[in-house]
Design a binder for this molecule. Sequence first.
Ligand SMILES: *Cc1c(COP(=O)(O)O)cnc(C)c1O
Length: 447
Amino acid sequence: MQNLKDREQLISWDREYVWHPFTQMQDWLDEDPVIIEHGEGVYLIDIEGNRYLDGIASMWTNVHGHNHPDLNAALKNQIDKISHATLLGSSNLPAIELAQKLVEITPVGLNKVFYSDNGSTAVEVALKMAFQYWQHKGESQRNLFVHFDNAYHGDTIGAMSVGGIDTFHNTFNSLLFDTVQVSTPQGASDAERRTLWLNAVARVLAENGGKIAGVILEPLIQGAGGMLIAPKGFLNGLAALAKKWNTLLIVDEVMTGFGRTGSMWACEHENISPDILCTAKGLTAGYLPLAATITTDEIYSAFLADYSDRKTFFHGHTYTGNPLGCAVALENIAIFEREELIDKLQTTIAHFECRLQEFYQLKHVGDVRVCGMAAGIELMKDVDNTIPYAYEERVGIQVCQAGLRKGVLLRPLVNTIVLMPPLQISVSELDALLDITYNAIDEVTYK
Ligand SMILES: *Cc1c(COP(=O)(O)O)cnc(C)c1O
């Protein structure tokens, strides 16, 4: 723990030198920041020794808790060997072993692993891979991607091009490439919504004939768009449509992968195997930036040719296949297997789902959406749930500030409070998270 003078120094340096992501810095400068010093399980501890339950798994990444002895050991062990060696022109032990393991645990047919550093790059790789694949197949007219409104695939230009969140992306519209965006239909029932939605995709695929390179989506649940749950069967139906129209299905499991939805991959819920799968956030259990884009033999093979044909996939990042990231990811997967975490998780999820229903007792809670260990609690201004809070009211931010005072660290998506704790949270810790969140919403929305 630091003394008070150090704390003031750190706060002033933070204000002077750090530009925080997705943050209106003018507001930030008016608040005292929480400065995290260390972590213990699901708790984050700041420089004054205050403990906060990590309600968002440190931006949806943490799996087994912070400062985990086995993950720490795996990392230290690798550090004593080598911290980085390039995959451009050589290979390294953890990168090879992790690729083998990822192929083993991902849906059947995904056999080739391309590494990068984060979710956005995993998506960029997927888009470029799909685009170039069609050129190699002699179908270079396939240069359009189909995606969905409210989709979030990252913040780089390509990932934004297939995104669908106006607040994030509108500023950059003139920089983004052309795509076909399919909007989410409203419908009375889940089944009705699924039918309308699939029909809309079918129409787009029919209208654009052979011009579609691929369809990209977040399976089961759109995260950053507001924790929006897709109707049951939608993913499966979409996979069938992609197959029917001979286009590629790209599944962005950056958030949903590594157990978040209650199975290792969201794809497993609907028994589908995509052409390309992107993984990042949970891959290193919240330890290091690492991502992978995993694809089929069919796509990989299309790039095999004489050197002079220039069919090489000309893409890569300096830290591609970083040994530290790969070593910690391997240990992450080992813990999943050793502790049978997916099985164990079912009890936690059942408890989570059940207790989340209590939030409907709060008059300003309009909707509670949950998919495995990811939930969104949407707040509404009026008690009939027809009028949303205005963006300017910052009600989501206020709830998170109230949560912080009560010992929980949260981060909203506008008026939706996100709960996404580390998967290894205990039932009693989960109860504390839910109780505090409930009280924070109560306090802010009834004042
Ligand atoms: C977070 C996220 C990304 C972007 O990942 P970064 O590591 O932040 O670049 C992409 N897709 C989905 C579904 C995500 O949730």
